[in-house]
Design a protein around this ligand. Structure first.
Ligand SMILES: *Cc1c(COP(=O)(O)O)cnc(C)c1O
Length: 223
Protein backbone atom coordinates (compact mmCIF):
# COMPACT_ATOMS: atom_id res chain seq x y z
CA UNK A 1 0.00 0.00 0.00
CA UNK A 2 1.14 3.51 -0.76
CA UNK A 3 1.57 6.03 2.02
CA UNK A 4 -1.71 7.76 1.12
CA UNK A 5 -3.62 4.50 0.76
CA UNK A 6 -2.60 3.77 4.32
CA UNK A 7 -3.70 7.14 5.60
CA UNK A 8 -7.04 7.00 3.73
CA UNK A 9 -7.57 3.53 5.17
CA UNK A 10 -6.85 4.71 8.70
CA UNK A 11 -9.21 7.67 8.37
CA UNK A 12 -12.01 5.55 6.90
CA UNK A 13 -11.65 3.07 9.75
CA UNK A 14 -12.03 5.88 12.26
CA UNK A 15 -15.08 7.26 10.40
CA UNK A 16 -16.61 3.79 10.12
CA UNK A 17 -16.19 3.03 13.81
CA UNK A 18 -18.26 6.08 14.74
CA UNK A 19 -20.73 5.82 11.89
CA UNK A 20 -21.57 2.22 12.76
CA UNK A 21 -22.54 3.34 16.27
CA UNK A 22 -24.38 6.46 15.13
CA UNK A 23 -26.19 5.77 11.89
CA UNK A 24 -25.69 2.61 9.87
CA UNK A 25 -27.34 4.05 6.78
CA UNK A 26 -25.58 7.37 6.59
CA UNK A 27 -23.19 7.77 3.67
CA UNK A 28 -20.32 10.06 4.59
CA UNK A 29 -18.41 11.88 1.94
CA UNK A 30 -14.79 12.80 2.39
CA UNK A 31 -13.31 15.98 0.95
CA UNK A 32 -9.51 15.96 1.14
CA UNK A 33 -8.36 19.49 1.91
CA UNK A 34 -5.23 19.99 -0.15
CA UNK A 35 -4.52 23.65 0.66
CA UNK A 36 -1.20 22.94 2.32
CA UNK A 37 0.23 20.47 -0.20
CA UNK A 38 1.62 20.71 -3.71
CA UNK A 39 -0.15 19.21 -6.74
CA UNK A 40 1.99 16.05 -6.83
CA UNK A 41 0.61 15.15 -3.39
CA UNK A 42 -2.91 15.66 -4.67
CA UNK A 43 -2.10 13.35 -7.54
CA UNK A 44 -0.73 10.70 -5.17
CA UNK A 45 -3.88 10.97 -3.06
CA UNK A 46 -5.97 10.66 -6.22
CA UNK A 47 -4.05 7.51 -7.18
CA UNK A 48 -4.83 6.18 -3.70
CA UNK A 49 -8.53 6.48 -4.58
CA UNK A 50 -9.61 9.92 -3.38
CA UNK A 51 -11.65 11.99 -5.86
CA UNK A 52 -12.91 15.07 -3.99
CA UNK A 53 -10.46 17.79 -2.97
CA UNK A 54 -10.99 21.13 -1.25
CA UNK A 55 -9.14 24.44 -1.49
CA UNK A 56 -9.72 27.66 0.43
CA UNK A 57 -8.18 30.15 -1.99
CA UNK A 58 -9.38 30.77 -5.54
CA UNK A 59 -5.81 31.34 -6.75
CA UNK A 60 -4.66 27.98 -5.37
CA UNK A 61 -7.69 26.18 -6.70
CA UNK A 62 -6.93 27.63 -10.11
CA UNK A 63 -3.25 26.67 -9.97
CA UNK A 64 -3.94 23.08 -8.92
CA UNK A 65 -6.81 22.76 -11.35
CA UNK A 66 -4.43 23.64 -14.19
CA UNK A 67 -1.60 21.43 -12.90
CA UNK A 68 -3.95 18.44 -12.55
CA UNK A 69 -6.26 19.12 -15.48
CA UNK A 70 -5.87 15.59 -16.86
CA UNK A 71 -7.42 14.05 -13.73
CA UNK A 72 -11.22 14.04 -13.23
CA UNK A 73 -10.95 15.61 -9.78
CA UNK A 74 -14.02 16.99 -8.04
CA UNK A 75 -12.97 20.40 -6.67
CA UNK A 76 -14.65 21.95 -3.64
CA UNK A 77 -14.20 25.55 -2.61
CA UNK A 78 -14.22 25.94 1.18
CA UNK A 79 -12.69 29.37 1.88
CA UNK A 80 -13.75 32.95 2.24
CA UNK A 81 -14.76 34.29 -1.15
CA UNK A 82 -13.80 37.84 -2.04
CA UNK A 83 -16.01 39.71 -4.44
CA UNK A 84 -13.19 40.29 -6.90
CA UNK A 85 -12.57 36.52 -7.18
CA UNK A 86 -16.14 35.48 -7.92
CA UNK A 87 -15.83 35.40 -11.71
CA UNK A 88 -12.60 33.42 -11.55
CA UNK A 89 -14.20 30.88 -9.22
CA UNK A 90 -17.27 30.47 -11.42
CA UNK A 91 -15.04 29.87 -14.45
CA UNK A 92 -13.33 27.00 -12.60
CA UNK A 93 -16.66 25.12 -12.41
CA UNK A 94 -16.27 23.92 -8.82
CA UNK A 95 -18.29 20.86 -7.84
CA UNK A 96 -19.52 22.56 -4.65
CA UNK A 97 -18.90 25.88 -2.90
CA UNK A 98 -19.18 25.32 0.88
CA UNK A 99 -18.64 28.90 1.94
CA UNK A 100 -21.55 31.02 0.80
CA UNK A 101 -21.67 33.04 4.02
CA UNK A 102 -24.31 35.75 3.51
CA UNK A 103 -27.36 36.70 1.48
CA UNK A 104 -25.31 39.53 -0.04
CA UNK A 105 -22.63 37.14 -1.32
CA UNK A 106 -25.31 34.77 -2.61
CA UNK A 107 -26.94 37.60 -4.55
CA UNK A 108 -23.62 38.70 -6.00
CA UNK A 109 -22.82 35.12 -7.05
CA UNK A 110 -26.27 34.76 -8.55
CA UNK A 111 -25.87 37.97 -10.55
CA UNK A 112 -22.54 36.85 -12.06
CA UNK A 113 -23.90 33.37 -12.77
CA UNK A 114 -26.88 34.86 -14.55
CA UNK A 115 -24.60 36.82 -16.87
CA UNK A 116 -22.62 33.66 -17.65
CA UNK A 117 -25.81 31.58 -17.99
CA UNK A 118 -24.55 29.10 -15.42
CA UNK A 119 -25.65 27.57 -12.13
CA UNK A 120 -23.55 26.71 -9.09
CA UNK A 121 -24.12 24.25 -6.22
CA UNK A 122 -23.50 25.93 -2.86
CA UNK A 123 -23.84 25.43 0.88
CA UNK A 124 -24.81 28.16 3.31
CA UNK A 125 -22.08 28.60 5.92
CA UNK A 126 -23.38 28.95 9.46
CA UNK A 127 -21.34 30.44 12.29
CA UNK A 128 -22.80 28.06 14.84
CA UNK A 129 -20.05 28.73 17.37
CA UNK A 130 -20.79 32.45 17.09
CA UNK A 131 -17.11 33.29 16.84
CA UNK A 132 -16.07 36.80 15.82
CA UNK A 133 -13.27 35.43 13.64
CA UNK A 134 -15.54 33.12 11.66
CA UNK A 135 -17.59 33.77 8.58
CA UNK A 136 -21.17 32.62 8.19
CA UNK A 137 -24.67 33.58 9.17
CA UNK A 138 -25.67 33.37 12.81
CA UNK A 139 -27.69 30.26 13.62
CA UNK A 140 -30.83 32.25 14.44
CA UNK A 141 -30.70 33.77 10.94
CA UNK A 142 -29.82 30.56 9.09
CA UNK A 143 -33.26 29.25 8.09
CA UNK A 144 -34.51 32.68 7.09
CA UNK A 145 -31.37 33.32 5.01
CA UNK A 146 -31.53 29.88 3.42
CA UNK A 147 -35.09 30.46 2.28
CA UNK A 148 -34.29 33.99 1.09
CA UNK A 149 -31.43 32.65 -1.06
CA UNK A 150 -33.71 29.98 -2.52
CA UNK A 151 -36.28 32.63 -3.30
CA UNK A 152 -34.01 35.28 -4.82
CA UNK A 153 -31.12 33.37 -6.39
CA UNK A 154 -32.35 31.09 -9.20
CA UNK A 155 -28.81 30.42 -10.45
CA UNK A 156 -27.66 29.03 -7.11
CA UNK A 157 -28.42 25.42 -6.22
CA UNK A 158 -28.57 25.42 -2.46
CA UNK A 159 -27.61 21.95 -1.23
CA UNK A 160 -27.32 22.33 2.54
CA UNK A 161 -25.17 23.77 5.31
CA UNK A 162 -21.50 24.05 6.20
CA UNK A 163 -20.04 24.90 9.56
CA UNK A 164 -16.67 24.97 11.30
CA UNK A 165 -16.62 23.52 14.81
CA UNK A 166 -15.97 25.82 17.75
CA UNK A 167 -12.31 26.73 18.16
CA UNK A 168 -11.66 25.31 21.63
CA UNK A 169 -10.33 22.26 23.44
CA UNK A 170 -13.67 21.95 25.25
CA UNK A 171 -15.47 19.08 23.54
CA UNK A 172 -18.87 20.01 24.93
CA UNK A 173 -18.67 23.43 23.29
CA UNK A 174 -17.60 21.90 19.96
CA UNK A 175 -20.44 19.40 20.27
CA UNK A 176 -22.91 22.22 20.95
CA UNK A 177 -21.85 23.97 17.75
CA UNK A 178 -22.22 20.77 15.70
CA UNK A 179 -25.62 20.03 17.24
CA UNK A 180 -26.79 23.54 16.44
CA UNK A 181 -25.77 23.07 12.80
CA UNK A 182 -27.37 19.64 12.61
CA UNK A 183 -30.69 20.87 14.01
CA UNK A 184 -30.77 23.63 11.39
CA UNK A 185 -29.89 21.11 8.69
CA UNK A 186 -32.74 18.84 9.82
CA UNK A 187 -35.23 21.69 9.72
CA UNK A 188 -34.10 22.52 6.18
CA UNK A 189 -34.59 18.94 4.96
CA UNK A 190 -38.06 19.74 3.72
CA UNK A 191 -36.55 22.60 1.71
CA UNK A 192 -34.13 20.29 -0.06
CA UNK A 193 -31.03 20.37 2.16
CA UNK A 194 -28.98 17.21 1.52
CA UNK A 195 -25.48 18.11 2.71
CA UNK A 196 -24.30 18.79 6.24
CA UNK A 197 -20.60 19.66 5.87
CA UNK A 198 -18.87 19.70 9.24
CA UNK A 199 -15.83 18.05 10.78
CA UNK A 200 -12.09 18.68 10.36
CA UNK A 201 -9.00 16.73 11.41
CA UNK A 202 -9.36 17.52 15.09
CA UNK A 203 -13.08 16.99 15.47
CA UNK A 204 -14.39 14.76 12.67
CA UNK A 205 -15.43 11.82 14.84
CA UNK A 206 -17.53 14.12 16.99
CA UNK A 207 -18.98 15.68 13.82
CA UNK A 208 -20.03 12.25 12.53
CA UNK A 209 -21.62 11.50 15.87
CA UNK A 210 -23.59 14.74 15.51
CA UNK A 211 -24.87 13.81 12.04
CA UNK A 212 -22.34 15.22 9.57
CA UNK A 213 -22.40 13.64 6.11
CA UNK A 214 -19.46 15.55 4.61
CA UNK A 215 -16.03 15.84 6.22
CA UNK A 216 -13.31 18.27 5.20
CA UNK A 217 -9.98 16.75 6.23
CA UNK A 218 -6.54 18.14 5.60
CA UNK A 219 -3.83 17.47 8.16
CA UNK A 220 -4.95 13.99 9.21
CA UNK A 221 -4.77 12.80 5.58
CA UNK A 222 -1.73 14.56 4.21
CA UNK A 223 0.75 14.54 7.07
C1 LIG B 1 -8.16 23.98 6.35
C2 LIG B 1 -9.60 23.71 6.41
C3 LIG B 1 -10.08 22.42 6.67
C4 LIG B 1 -9.19 21.24 6.99
O1 LIG B 1 -8.54 21.44 8.21
P1 LIG B 1 -7.64 20.30 8.89
O2 LIG B 1 -7.58 20.68 10.32
O3 LIG B 1 -6.31 20.33 8.21
O4 LIG B 1 -8.34 19.01 8.67
C5 LIG B 1 -11.47 22.24 6.67
N1 LIG B 1 -12.32 23.25 6.43
C6 LIG B 1 -11.90 24.50 6.18
C7 LIG B 1 -12.90 25.57 5.91
C8 LIG B 1 -10.53 24.77 6.15
O5 LIG B 1 -10.10 26.03 5.90
Amino acid sequence: MSHYETSLDAVFSRIEAVRALTNEHQIIKLVAVSKSVEPHHVEAMYRAGQRAFGENKVQELSRKNVALSTLPIEWHFIGRLQKNKINQLIDLNPFLVHSCDSLALAMELDKRLHVKEKTLPVLLQVNSAKEESKAGVLPEMAVETYLAIQETCPNLQLRGLMSIGAHTEDTTIIQDSFETTYRLYESLHKHGAKVCSMGMSNDFELAVRCGSNMLRLGGVLFS
